[in-house]
Ligand binder design. Sequence first.
Ligand code: NAP
Length: 259
Amino acid sequence: MIHKTVLITGASSGIGEALAWKYAEEGYRLILIARREERLVILKQDIEKKYGGHVFNISCDLSLPDSVHNIYNIVKKENIAVDVLINNAGFGHYGAFCESSVETMTKMIQVNTMALMQLTHYFAADMVKRQSGHIINVGSIVGFVPGPFMAMYYATKAFVLSFSEALSQELASKNVCVTVFCPGPVASEFKQVAYGVDQKHAMHNTIPSSAKAADTIFYAMQKKQVINLFTFSNHIILLVLRFLPRAVIRRLWRIARKK
Ligand SMILES: NC(=O)c1ccc[n+]([C@@H]2O[C@H](COP(=O)([O-])OP(=O)(O)OC[C@H]3O[C@@H](n4cnc5c(N)ncnc54)[C@H](OP(=O)(O)O)[C@@H]3O)[C@@H](O)[C@H]2O)c1
């Protein structure tokens, strides 16, 4: 049996970890990427125990400039063709722009946009040669609006949305699909990282699980959707936003952030 291969960034927790389980269940070989090696090792052991030996871990920090080049070289050396690339790794930071550390924001741009662009560039070129493949970028509903007090995070997700939509059109004739997944809140470690709070207190129990997000991403891939908004409420939000002037939208968002 020939297994397809998926490369998932940010697989050590949240949506990425759930994606690893979902794609393993669907018979894919996995390449998992994140900084926390010990988490990846446990995940690999657990998945291989349940589904067999098809997990390859690469522990690396995507905020470092050479990281993507190194990942690509490792994958090439192993002679693995990546059929599905999922750029999921990302983080947010809450706080006034001028009071936030420039290092944190630079890292955010590196992880959320630069590494995503570079991984896409390397692996899309191979997909185009093979005339087959799928790139899935995890954006956010916040990519549609400006976000006072999370300005950089929202801007990185606007990049992901615009870039993914454009690329979907460039690659359509090459039989390479691009999907951008744009969820609202999902239960994961995101809030803990972005707000520096204990997630047990931060998570509302009505928030959809990472497993649900992973199932939806797999479905969006199968259906070759360009944009997936995850929830019905996100469709309503976008519909309402369409009728509001941008000046109103950015003020509403600032008020929503209680600043
Ligand atoms: N949860 C939400 O409410 C929500 C909503 C909309 C969009 N999203 C997006 O969903 C994606 C996944 O986030 P999540 O919600 O699953 O949060 P999460 O549980 O915090 O997972 C983030 C993942 O990104 C990885 N990562 C962060 N910095 C990295 C770096 N420098 N190098 C390599 N990997 C790095 C983390 O691994 P290590 O720390 O081990 O490196 C972790 O595996 C992100 O792009 C996020 O922006 C989340």
